[in-house]
Design a protein around this ligand. Structure first.
Ligand SMILES: *Cc1c(COP(=O)(O)O)cnc(C)c1O
Length: 499
């Protein structure tokens, strides 16, 4: 015999993860997750700068990435202002490089430039976008652990402000290519300080077991006591075709606490001072990377940029004084923290299905948590299918990333129901939002909005199952324009050679 208690309004489902609370009001917008300008209108419909989502769907279809241009510009400025203020008396200010890999198109490059930021790229293709947008090469950086000779040539053609060199082999290649061209390459060295973001915490180890960067561990070369990082600094200073600007590190992503950044900064400053005293090499710049976290769900609590900037500035100030060196010019590379929350994805709901699931821990032969023997206690989980999925947001599949969702086309007074928002792909792992409470009257034809999809969603999108990748619209002061059009069936077919 089976008993099937239904979850009553306001009561948490035993199937929900512990962190997920039942919202007091399913129509309310949890502010940190949304772009400024997102609200519900009098009819209960979600709007951005007054534009209703149903109107956006009518004009552009779904799925659709809906981005607030004002919010993007405001977040870019906020980072720039916060870090420039905090570091003003230490090194005159901070250069903020927007990490283009999080979301890149020519419109965004122009916003970045207009707001006084610079641009980080990581491939020839990203450099092509930068070139098309017309940003000066001196404001562009190139990353990557396996740059091709073609990419290095392109960086030199564009006279990039910095090439971030990832290995000794690459340093030698950049030196040779620049030397053959009779040019000088501006180079930063990416080091691995042994500090790494691990979930919301960071871990510190002597060695970094990863593909990026030059190890700072003393036993990382054949020569006893010499690290790959030190070997690279010495080698770079011997190449007339290399102008060594400084050091770089990037400790990970979606980091909330400043401690990890601070520890990495201390380690790099120690190293910088050591190079100064040992080789009389003065490295004028230090890049502390990106990785600042955003709110994907109501339990994520990102710190304001000013708080992180001040904490990092305090560490740099103290450490430089302690080492008796003048502070290098600081730069940072936020991606997600600028673009992530500017955007929500708009989906249309299709098929709905409710399954009953054993409570976690119940194994079928015993009772669940009912205390009665011989009865399987199961709970409902509702699968809400939308018209996109892992092709427009692979992060849940790739990283178990959590998202949230809200009914966008109308307000609802219905009771909360534990739901799983899934895509339309031929993969059972095709999950958009693993656990969220949605009103139980959500029906086919409703629109759902998933916030926080500005970073690493469109950028990582694919054509799996021959789905067309969605377009991106930018809304500014109540007007909307396509900044990247969605793909058509023609786009999907036009590389098929038909032979
Ligand atoms: C990805 C990346 C960034 C940006 O990371 P966010 O988490 O988006 O801020 C910055 N620098 C480097 C080197 C990166 O690889």
């Amino acid at each position: 015999m089976t008993t099937n208690p239904s979850t009553t309004a306001g009561e948490a489902s035993p199937l929900a993860p512990e962190w997920l609370a039942v919202p007091a009001d399913l129509n309310a917008l949890h502010e940190p997750m949304w772009a400024s300008g997102v609200a519900r209108n009098d009819a209960g419909e979600l709007t951005l700068d007054g534009l209703a989502v149903s109107e956006l769907q009518r004009q552009f279809g779904t799925p659709l990435f809906v981005m607030s241009e004002n919010d993007f510009r405001a977040r870019a400025r906020a980072f720039s202002d916060a870090f420039n203020n905090a570091f003003a008396d230490i090194c005159g200010g901070v250069d903020v490089y927007y990490a283009g890999k999080s979301f890149l198109c020519t419109a965004v490059v122009r916003w970045v430039e207009e707001e006084g930021l610079r641009l980080d790229t990581a491939s020839g293709g990203e450099l092509a976008v930068a070139a098309r947008a017309g940003i000066p090469g001196s404001d562009v950086a190139l990353h990557g652990n396996n740059k091709s000779d073609g990419e290095i040539h392109r960086a030199l053609d564009m006279k990039l402000g910095r090439i971030v060199v990832d290995s000794i082999a690459e340093l030698e290649r950049v030196a040779r290519i620049a030397g053959n061209r009779g040019e000088t390459a501006k180079v930063m060295l990416r080091l691995t300080p042994g500090v790494h973001a691990h979930t919301h915490e960071f871990i510190a180890t002597a060695h970094e077991d990863q593909k990026f960067g030059l190890s700072m561990a003393g036993d990382s070369t054949e020569q006893a006591g010499l690290s790959a990082a030190e070997e690279a600094v010495a080698a770079a200073s011997g190449h007339p075709s290399i102008e060594l600007l400084g050091l770089h590190c990037h400790i990970g992503s979606q980091i909330f606490e400043p401690d990890g950044f601070a520890l990495a900064a201390e380690k790099l400053l120690d190293f910088l001072a050591a190079m100064q005293s040992k080789y009389s090499i003065v490295l004028p710049e230090l890049d502390l990377g990106g990785g600042y976290g955003i709110a994907y769900t109501p339990v994520d609590t990102p710190r304001p940029a000013a708080e992180i900037a001040q904490a990092m500035a305090a560490v740099v100030r103290t450490k430089c004084a302690e080492l008796g060196i003048s502070a290098p010019r600081i730069s940072i590379e936020p991606g997600r923290a600028i673009v992530g929350s500017t955007t929500f994805t708009l989906y249309e709901v299709g098929t709905l299905k409710t399954v009953r699931v054993d409570a976690p821990g119940a194994d079928g032969s015993k009772s669940g948590n009912s205390g009665e023997t011989g009865k399987n206690v199961t709970y409902p989980r509702r699968y809400v299918s939308v018209d996109g999925g892992m092709s427009d947001n692979p992060r849940p599949v790739l990283y178990d990333a959590d998202y949230s969702a809200i009914l966008a086309s109308r307000a609802s007074a219905a009771a909360p129901q534990l739901s799983r928002v899934v895509g339309k792909h031929c993969e059972s792992g095709d999950i958009v939002v693993r656990d969220v409470y949605l009103p139980e009257d959500v029906a086919a034809g409703d629109l759902l909005a998933v916030p926080g999809t500005g970073a690493y969603c469109w950028a990582l999108s694919s054509n799996y199952n021959y789905l067309a990748r969605p377009g991106v619209v930018a809304v500014r002061d109540g007007s909307v324009r396509l900044i990247v059009r969605g793909e058509t069936e023609e786009d999907l077919l036009n590389r098929d050679m038909g032979v």
